[in-house]
Design a protein around this ligand. Structure first.
Ligand SMILES: C[S@@+](CC[C@H](N)C(=O)[O-])C[C@H]1O[C@@H](n2cnc3c(N)ncnc32)[C@H](O)[C@@H]1O
Length: 729
């Protein structure tokens, strides 16, 4: 019962909260490749150390740890957070995921890379790309008259052919290119002549410096409708029979290294005749090339991917413009020619991650003045204005990167990630100061010349099918799908269709033409996967885990959802697999400001369910009073507040749902009928919770969170002790 005893909510909550604000600083390893909804590494480090370290977390968190001969399993490894954290502290690890991209990424994270070899290969790659396509990313600086300065971003607007007059027109939702946060003035595109104008205010922006029209902030395209600028006819978009939209280049953000010193703000321009001529040139190159690596794959319908189809995209390659297709094709050719398999795979991983920024779904952040990659929300939202980043990337004279979304940016962060594997660290806070604490002796990987080896098994497999010898696993740490929150496979297919073409079909799982699987445990309307499917699948996995775990070994997993019904599935799966939940720990695990959370009243707090097998030797208490629960919740809200977060209504709801799940399991485990129908079981959990407490009333009682910072005596072990009595460890 070590987590129950040694885990430290305020310590880990504070670390996790900071980590999620800028995860790459705390865990550079995540930069190997994008994965969705990654939980904080500090959270899983805290859990693993609390379980195996047998000492208060404060004493060991910033120290090197080594747990040889411990086997940790993650049945839903995704981007690999628990697996990497366990490997780092010397455990043997076995990770499973149904998605071949996840298996590829985690293997890339853990497998050792010779950084010198990698540096040589990336140098050659960048040099070749520069000579082959560098010219396509250069422009003239109209401000200072310099030729051949690098373009940071090309900005494109969608255009539509009028149903009445047949002429095309721009679909501008607004005319603001950049606001005055990072640039001294606002930049507006003139609706009449397309000139870029710099204004000190957007409320009365004045007249266009070129055609003298009155500048406007709001554009004509709103909620799927836009009037034709030529004949006034109202047009609807997208159209059911549509081809992919055409785009018009309307603005360029570039960089002028030799003038940067004396120049205030960024460099913007309206495309000139040379820029427009380059578009024609690129089109011709594209038409005359045999593109071997650009995937011809069709986009399949899905809860997220059907939006692409509605907007006229039928094949993945249509999501990339001519210049992007050429740049990506050239990149693939260069990577495919690299002889060293390890370095080639690293570059292929970089390429796959680069795709996020090199497509025509990226948007331009008018405040931060950078590209928003395709996965900045967990879906495929289609904007009317798109941002194309320089595929090479730009480096300043002092070696720092300028702009985002290019090869240079991807290589830089990947390199940092792999260096972190050899020399991991933690970050302590001293007030506002960050202190980097090297954790000397820990490392991520399988072998080191001067240390013992660790076993690492990474499989692409449905976890229900995995075979692990009975009673062989010391602990399961995982982060299962949260019912329908993220459509992993639909999203990852976007990268997979390219990566598979580049690296071939030999890697496990890569023989399939899509990462989608009927056994993926996400709710999905298109595939008719409902809560019952999710519950059955989760139950199968937890049953397998129950057999694989050594007696008393914990199954530890994070979860959050806005609906209590999703928690009912968790309760059913745990009861069916014979687990009791000893504690339900709250921990911040999402970034408050992240685009997919912001404004949704979603929670950033996960519940960490710590579960152990039910081998009853002593009776359990029949019930826990609602009053005790309120006391516990208040205490936890206070602990989260002391860690620096302000729990919202959504957060409080999720913490509450976690506890209600734990309590329902406690109340039902003795009479649980495993043979009952799944819907009956789900209904029983719901009734048990409803009978126990009125959720709306309790939430009202707990909001706003109490200000007093008194009693902390109700600790997370309150219920752990009760549960411990019934569990022989
Ligand atoms: C929440 S993610 C894990 C995130 C991960 N812990 C991280 O930090 O990046 C859940 C994962 O479960 C995987 N998954 C869904 N159904 C599965 C199944 N039946 N077997 C194995 N993995 C599955 C998904 O592909 C997804 O990668």
């Amino acid at each position: 019962m070590s987590i129950e005893k040694f885990f430290d909510i305020p310590l880990v909550a504070a670390l996790a909260l900071k980590e999620k604000q800028i995860q790459q600083i705390y865990r550079p390893i995540i930069a190997v490749h994008k994965w969705f909804a990654r939980r904080p590494g500090t959270l899983f480090r805290g859990l693993i150390l609390a379980e195996f370290g047998q000492r208060p977390l404060k004493e060991i968190f910033f120290e090197p740890n080594d747990f040889p001969d411990r086997l940790v399993v993650d049945p839903f490894m995704g981007g690999g957070t628990p697996i990497v954290e366990a490997n780092r502290v010397g455990c043997d690890v076995a990770g499973f995921d149904i998605n071949p991209m996840a298996a590829w990424i985690v293997r890339e994270e853990i497998e050792h890379l010779d950084i010198d070899e990698y540096d040589r290969a990336t140098f050659r790659l960048l040099k070749s790309l520069e000579s082959q396509i560098g010219d396509l990313y250069r422009t003239k600086c109209p401000l200072y008259g310099d030729d051949d300065v690098p373009v940071k971003y090309f900005l494109w607007v969608k255009i539509l052919d009028c149903v009445k007059c047949g002429r095309d027109f721009d679909l501008f939702p607004g005319y603001l290119v950049a606001d005055d946060t990072r640039h001294p003035r606002n930049v507006l595109v003139c609706h009449s002549c397309g000139e870029l104008n710099e204004t000190s205010t957007v409320t009365k922006p004045g007249k266009c410096k070129s055609c003298k029209s009155t500048l406007q902030l709001d554009g004509p395209a709103k909620r799927g409708r836009c009037s034709c600028r030529h004949c006034g006819e109202p047009n609807k978009y997208p159209r059911s029979t549509a081809e992919p939209f055409r785009h018009r280049l309307f603005a360029i953000e570039y960089f002028n290294p030799s003038r940067k010193e004396g120049h205030v703000g960024r460099f913007f321009k309206k495309p000139d005749q040379f820029d427009l001529a380059k578009i024609d040139k690129v089109k011709k190159i594209r038409e005359n090339s045999r593109l071997k690596f650009v995937p011809p794959d069709k986009i399949k319908a899905g809860d997220e991917s059907s939006r692409l189809i509605r907007w006229g995209y039928k094949r993945y390659r249509e999501l990339f413009n001519d210049r992007q297709q050429i740049g990506l094709e050239q990149s693939c050719r260069l990577i495919a020619a690299v002889r060293d398999t390890r370095v080639r795979n690293a570059l292929a991983t970089n390429f796959s991650d680069l795709l996020r920024y090199q497509n025509l779904l990226c948007r331009y952040d008018t405040m931060a003045l950078k590209s928003l990659d395709i996965f900045s929300v967990h879906g495929f939202p289609i904007g009317l204005v798109q941002c194309e980043s320089n595929i090479l990337g730009i480096t300043n004279e002092n070696g720092t990167n300028v702009g985002s979304g290019g090869w240079i940016n991807i290589i830089d962060k990947y390199r940092k990630a792999k260096k972190y594997c050899d020399a991991p660290f933690e970050i302590k806070r001293d007030g506002k100061r960050k202190i980097v604490v090297p954790i000397v002796g820990e490392w991520i990987g399988e072998h080191r010349a001067d240390s013992r080896s660790r076993n690492v098994s990474i499989r692409c497999l449905s976890s229900a099918e995995m075979s692990t010898p009975p009673s062989s696993v010391d602990a399961v740490f995982t982060d299962p799908p949260y019912f329908g929150n993220v459509q992993y496979a639909e999203l990852m297919d976007f990268c997979y269709v390219w990566l598979r073409r580049l690296v071939g079909k030999d890697f496990e799982g890569f023989s399939q033409d899509s990462t989608r699987s009927p056994d993926e445990l996400t709710g999905n309307d298109t595939e008719s996967r409902d809560l019952a499917h999710f519950t059955e699948g989760l139950t199968a996995v937890y049953k397998t885990m129950a057999l694989a775990l050594k007696p008393g070994g914990p199954l530890v997993f994070t979860f959050h959802h806005n609906q209590i019904t999703a928690y009912c599935s968790i309760a059913v799966a745990l009861l069916d697999a014979g687990f009791l939940c000893t504690v339900a720990i709250p921990c911040p695990a999402e970034m408050g400001g992240s685009i997919h959370i912001h404004g949704t009243n979603s929670s950033i707090v996960d519940t960490v369910f710590v579960c152990r097998q039910r081998t009853i030797s002593q009776p359990l208490p029949d019930s826990i009073s609602p009053e005790q629960l309120v006391k516990l919740l208040r205490n936890e809200i206070e602990m989260l507040s002391s860690a620096g977060m302000q729990p919202s209504l959504g957060d409080i709801r999720c913490v509450l749902f976690g506890h209600l799940t734990r309590i329902a399991i406690l109340l039902l485990h003795r009479t649980w009928d495993m043979k009952a129908e799944i819907l009956e079981k789900l209904a029983l959990i719901q009734c048990t919770i409803d009978d126990f407490v009125s959720v709306p009333e309790l939430i009202t009682e707990l909001t706003p969170p109490p200000q007093s910072r008194k009693k902390r005596e109700v600790t997370l072990s309150l219920f752990a002790e009760e549960a411990a009595n019934a569990i022989s460890l």
